[in-house]
Design a binder for this molecule. Structure first.
Ligand SMILES: *Cc1c(COP(=O)(O)O)cnc(C)c1O
Length: 362
């Protein structure tokens, strides 16, 4: 651990690779020989053009996207996509399928309903407090798309593999697990991810959209709410969030050049999750909240015997240099978010602390 820094288990905004933060620091006052900071250069300059083009190129390589896909950067967070998706893709009698696996899926469904769109909730895990991912779902063959949340940041569940929709294009909210593992993009019509969990700072959402989905966008929408506006202008119809996109570019460079790609990243992520779940499930003191076959490799949610102990656990962890372990305010308990940028050493330190805490309090 570097001096003055903690092991950061925040859910979002979340840890960024130290190498990326240092590169930002080193080039902050004089970006690429421009004599200006990246926050001062024009978004119409060659400097920023190179940044956004490199971010798109790296996204294409890492996720193995073919020419059918466009990579867009849109403000308004993942939450804005909850309304943009139905607004752009559903007209008249069109309908869409949604799977409800927690807070974020519920919000996505709500926004489509506010717009008066036809929404079919084809499966839900609400009956067991969203502690699992539903199986054997039948999708409607005439649905325009089927929407899922690939990783449920709050409840700590994740789709281990994506559902068979029988050819209906999948749309996935990958805010908290994009770039954490290799992707078979063939099933997807659209993928979106708020950057601040796994690929950058807050302020921008990455949207990956396929040609046939772009073809559905009606002319009649306001320019800023239309995917076609962003696709035709390389995400620069208006001023884009330059600093956020720049940081994403550096994170993707780190993924390709330092980590060595998504297969390598997935191996590291699996190892981190394995040792943490082992520590949680090895005795009676800690208890995992998600069903074993649905557990997230990104957000590990767990409980202690009572809330008093949970408070003490979170406070003492912080005293020992480990922050962000409080569960989401809507569910309580503990949550360790172990995204790409959280090193194995952080998880090992947490596991050691958990053992010591259990010995003293168990
Ligand atoms: C954090 C999160 C969101 C909300 O993202 P914003 O960028 O704050 O709108 C949506 N979906 C998932 C899965 C998330 O983790």
């Amino acid at each position: 651990m570097k001096e003055n820094r903690i092991y950061n288990f925040n859910a979002g905004p979340a840890a960024l690779p130290l190498e990326v933060l240092e590169e930002i620091k080193d080039s902050f006052l004089n970006f690429g020989g421009s004599g200006m900071s990246i926050t001062e250069v024009s978004h119409r300059s060659k400097w920023f053009d190179d940044v956004i083009n490199d971010a798109v190129a790296r996204t294409r390589r890492l996720l193995k996207l073919d020419d059918r896909f466009s990579v867009l950067f849109i403000q308004g967070g993942a939450s804005m996509q909850f309304c943009m998706i139905p607004m752009n893709l559903l007209q008249g009698d069109d309908s869409a399928d949604y799977v409800n696996t927690g807070t974020w899926s519920t919000k996505a469904i709500k926004e489509a309903e506010i717009l008066g769109k036809r929404v079919n909730v084809v499966a839900s895990s609400e009956d067991k407090n969203f502690s699992y991912i539903p199986k054997n779902i039948s999708f409607n063959s005439n649905a325009v798309y089927a929407h899922i949340t690939s990783n449920n940041t709050i409840k700590g569940t994740q789709w281990a593999s994506y559902p068979d929709t029988g050819g209906v294009p999948l749309i996935a909210d990958m805010s908290s697990d994009i770039m954490s593992r290799p992707l078979d993009v063939d099933k997807f019509g659209l993928i979106y991810a708020g950057a601040q969990k796994n690929i950058g700072p807050a302020g921008v959402c990455m949207v990956i959209i396929r040609d046939d989905m772009l073809g559905r966008v009606p002319e009649s929408l306001p320019s800023m709410l239309k995917y076609t506006t962003y696709a035709s202008k390389n995400s620069m119809y208006n001023t884009p969030p330059c600093f956020a996109i720049y940081t994403i570019q550096l994170v993707l460079k780190w993924l390709e050049e330092t980590v060595g790609g998504l297969e390598k990243m997935a191996e590291i992520n699996e190892k981190k999750a394995r040792i943490l779940y082992e520590a949680i499930t090895s005795g009676e003191f800690y208890r995992a909240t998600a069903a074993p076959d649905s557990r997230s490799l990104m957000n590990v949610t767990f409980r202690l015997p009572d809330e008093e102990l949970e408070k003490r656990f979170i406070a003492q962890a912080l005293e020992n240099g480990m922050g962000g372990l409080k569960g989401h305010r809507s569910v309580g308990g503990c949550r360790a978010s172990i995204y790409n940028a959280t090193p194995l050493a952080a998880v090992e330190a947490l596991v050691n602390f958990m053992k010591t805490f259990e010995k003293k309090n168990g």
